[in-house]
Design a protein around this ligand. Structure first.
Ligand code: NAP
Length: 282
C-alpha cells in the first residue's frame, strides 16, 4: 500500500486565499484584521518564525505590527507593552513569541494578554474553555491538524486516536480537539509503556515529540491516518519529522510529509484565529 499524501502546503495555500478574501471584506467594512507580534531577544529560530508570521499577515491583507525588544528588557516593560496592545482597537490578535528570556515568567506574560486577543490560544482561560468544549481560540498547530484530518475525509467519530507527546501547545490541546470530535483518545508521553502497542491500535496517529523518525512502519495500523507534527534538523541540514516517512507510507492510508504537512498549516491557523477575533469583536 502507498499512502495518500495530506498536502498541508496546498491546503494552507487554499485557506490563505479564502482568508485574504474575508480580510478584504472586513477591511471594506472598516474592520481591517490586525495582528501584533512581540519578539524579545535575538533567538535565530524565533526571528525566522516571527518574520514568517508577519509576512503571512501582509500577504493576507492584515494590519501587522512587529515589536522587537532586546533580551535585557525588564518583564515589567514587556507587560506594559502587552497591556497597551490589549487596548489598541486596530490590534485583534497578540502573539508573544516563545521562548522568552530566562528572567521572564512566560506564564505571567501570556496571562496578561487579553483572552479575546490570545490568538495562540495559550492563555489559561482559553486552555480552560478548550477543556470544557467551548474554545474561544484553538491553539494553531492542533487546529491545523484538525483541518488536515477534515481534508482526509476519515470520520473521527468513534475512531481510535493516539496522540504521542503531551505538551501544552500541541499534544494536550490536540487530544481535547480529537475528543470533542468524537474520537476515543489516548495521550502518550515519555513514560508510556509499550508505545508501539498504542500506535498499532490507532486509526489516527498524531506524533508531536521532537525525535527524528521514531515511529516506523511496523508500528502503524494498515490504513491509518498519520499526522507528523515533529520538525527535526538532521546533521546534514535536512528537515525530517518524528515519523519514518519511507516505511510509514507503505502501511498508512494517509500521511503528512515533513516539510509541507503540518508546518504550513500552523501560520494559516494563526491568521484564521485573528479573523475569528475580528468577527467576535464586531
Ligand atoms: P515538547 O514540549 O518538548 O514535548 C514533547 C512531548 O513528547 C512531551 O510530552 C514528552 O513527554 C513527549 N515525549 C518525549 N519523548 C517521548 C517518547 N520517547 N515517547 C513518547 N513521548 C515522548 O515538544 P512540542 O513543543 O510539543 O513539539 C514537539 C515537536 O513538534 C517538535 O519537533 C517541534 O519542533 C514540533 N512542532 C511543530 C510545529 C509545527 O508547526 N509543525 C509546531 C509546534 C511544535 P513528557 O511529557 O513525559 O516529557
Amino acid at each position: 500500500m502507498t499512502a495518500q499524501i495530506l498536502d498541508g502546503a496546498q491546503l494552507a495555500k487554499d485557506m490563505r486565499a479564502a482568508i485574504a478574501q474575508q480580510a478584504a471584506a472586513l477591511t471594506a467594512r472598516g474592520h481591517k484584521p490586525g495582528l501584533a507580534v512581540v519578539l524579545v531577544g535575538e533567538d535565530p529560530a524565533s526571528q525566522v518564525y516571527v518574520r514568517n508570521k508577519v509576512a503571512a499577515c501582509e500577504q493576507a491583507g492584515f494590519h501587522s505590527e512587529m515589536h522587537r525588544l532586546p533580551a535585557s528588557t525588564r518583564e515589567a516593560d514587556l507587560l506594559e507593552l502587552v497591556r497597551t496592545l490589549n487596548d489598541k482597537p486596530d490590534v485583534h490578535g497578540i502573539l508573544v513569541q516563545l521562548p522568552l528570556p530566562a528572567h521572564m515568567d512566560s506564564h505571567r506574560v501570556i496571562e496578561t494578554i487579553s483572552p479575546e486577543k490570545d490568538v495562540d490560544g495559550f492563555h489559561i482561560s482559553n486552555a480552560g474553555l478548550l477543556m470544557t468544549g467551548t474554545p474561544l481560540f484553538r491553539p494553531c498547530t492542533p487546529y491545523g491538524v484538525m483541518k488536515l484530518l477534515e481534508k482526509s475525509g476519515v470520520p473521527l467519530r468513534g475512531a481510535e486516536a493516539v496522540v504521542i507527546g503531551a505538551s501544552n501547545i500541541v499534544g494536550k490541546p490536540q487530544a481535547m480537539l480529537l475528543l470533542q470530535a468524537g474520537a476515543t483518545v489516548t495521550l502518550c508521553n515519555s513514560k508510556t509503556r509499550d508505545l508501539a502497542a498504542h500506535c498499532r491500535r490507532a486509526d489516527i496517529l498524531v506524533v508531536a515529540v521532537g525525535r527524528p523518525r521514531m515511529i516506523t512502519g511496523d508500528m502503524i495500523k494498515p490504513g491509518a491516518v498519520i499526522i507528523d507534527v515533529g520538525i527535526n534538523r538532521l546533521p546534514d541540514g535536512k528537515l525530517c519529522g518524528d515519523v519514518d516517512f519511507d516505511s510509514a507510507k507503505e502501511v498508512a492510508g494517509f500521511i503528512t510529509p515533513v516539510p509541507g504537512g503540518v508546518g504550513p498549516m500552523t501560520i494559516t491557523m494563526l491568521l484564521q484565529n485573528t479573523l475569528e477575533a475580528v468577527e467576535r469583536s464586531i
